[in-house]
Design a protein around this ligand. Sequence first.
Ligand code: NDP
Length: 478
Amino acid sequence: MPVFDYAPAPESRDIVALRPGYGLFVDGAFTEPADGGTFKTVNPATEEVLAEVAEAGPADVDRAVAAARRAFDGVWGRMRPAERAKYLFRIARVLQERAREFAVLESLDNGKPIRESRDVDVPLAAAHFFYYAGWADKLRWAGFGGDPRPLGVAGQVIPWNFPLLMAAWKLAPALAAGNTCVLKPAETTPLSALLLAEVLQQVDLPPGVVNIVTGAGGTGRALVAHGGLDKVAFTGSTEVGKQIQRTLAGTRTKLTLELGGKAANIVFDDAPLDQAVEGIVNGIFFNQGHVCCAGSRLLVQESVAEPLLERLKQRLATLRLGDPLDKNTDIGAVNSAAQLERITELAASGDAEGAVRWQPECPLPDRGWWFPPTLFTGVSQSHRIAREEIFGPVLSVLTFRTPDEAVVKANNTPYGLSAGVWSEKGSRILWTAQRLRAGVVWANTFNRFDPASPFGGYKESGFGREGGRHGLEAYLDA
Ligand code: NDP
């Protein structure tokens, strides 16, 4: 195979004007936290401190919820749906206009390759606002009764893996349905949500309709436990999701949870192997594997396992890991030292339990947090790397002989968020998809998202759907 020398093609970071410090976004303005607490947000590729960010305590959360309530009882609640839609369209258009700025900022704060923030995160975030803008004045035709009402004030807690996109997933349907919001971004990736706050000011969104309280887990806890919310929407780990469910049990606050996953990517012997290799790579190495629906378990039919793995290894050897702002980069930095530690520990358990680790030659930068693309063969279903969410660029390979065995193995997980099926036969794809307990099943592709398409899980992957018409239901009193 020819070896290419790639000249670096870094995106300039000058387009982003980072401020040394950021306040909380409450009632339409940036404000200081009541107790003056701050935390640092860091570039995971260099460990450079990017900014000091305000840490919201219970008093700040209270202020944000009160502002959201005033907006709901006042200007936003009284606004005609067609007017609400105009704000959402404006947000979508400004996101498109400022797309490069958002993409660079997201890659700086999160560590993901600019290719992904530029081509996936930011365009999809804008697409969600466009899509839900269209629903705002058509809710009575959404299939939830003739006069569906908003719930009120929504508290929304989001993770660090797709910071802007998760904010869009949460805010766009909530606002379209007529709710007001208090959003809590993840501690390690607050900056794109704060830039979004500037966009909300730019489009003159009325004060209090969206409030952004930055902070760590404690801020999230304070928000969820605040008695003034009508709705909580959470995306993150299953463990925290269960805690939230316990906190809200017995209250009238509605809840949706989008939690972890351990998706099976099933390759049958009649699958187009080169195409499957690309889908496997996209399934687990996209966004460093920090994806709840990542195809982290490859189930390959025994008769094609050898040629498939050979091609997969060749492909992995061509992946380029490094500077997230370089347009050639395929694999960026792991988002935090804590996440790197979790990935390292789980991968070590794979070695200890007898699986066979393979990694391409892949020099890692001296600074920052990195994990090379990794493949484990000889994995059995009892291994931790086959059962637990690694949330990193680590693929566990298992084999099967019959379609029935593939289905049983794929469903042998506490999760049920997504799955992939690779086969030339439509009938086999449908047969398999009908038997998989997964919210999303991709056929001959993986990790494809569209705002019109609902997304969500079974079992410990949570409940409720985001995206599409279904995503409105979570924010309507229907
Ligand atoms: P968490 O579930 O802890 O974080 C998700 C969000 O919840 C963050 O905004 C977090 O704040 C906040 N939070 C943390 N504790 C609480 C709480 N008690 N009440 C309310 N909100 C809270 O995930 P981690 O970031 O710790 O990642 C741990 C593991 O979770 C990962 O290794 C991965 O396996 C999984 N994960 C799954 C995701 C998914 O989409 N399915 C997304 C992220 C993680 P803060 O970030 O400030 O702590």
